[in-house]
Design a protein around this ligand. Structure first.
Ligand SMILES: [Zn+2]
Length: 58
């Protein structure tokens, strides 16, 4: 399963790992500041603003 993460250094990255694993650092730059971005249609997409900081890395 693929997950998108937002890294303050690398921007949007896509990481493949098991659903029970939680990435705690960026595989590229080892930043601990990454945040998972929930995508795809699993009924789990958080709508609205405030959670997935729009325009943060752009
Ligand atoms: Zn990074």
């Amino acid at each position: 399963m693929f997950y998108d993460y937002d890294c303050p250094n690398c921007g949007r990255i896509e990481v493949s790992h098991s659903i029970k694993d939680n990435l705690e650092e960026c595989p590229n730059c080892k930043s601990k500041d990454i945040k998972i971005v929930v995508t795809g249609g699993q009924g789990f997409l958080l709508k609205g603003s405030g959670w997935a900081k729009d325009g943060y890395s752009k």
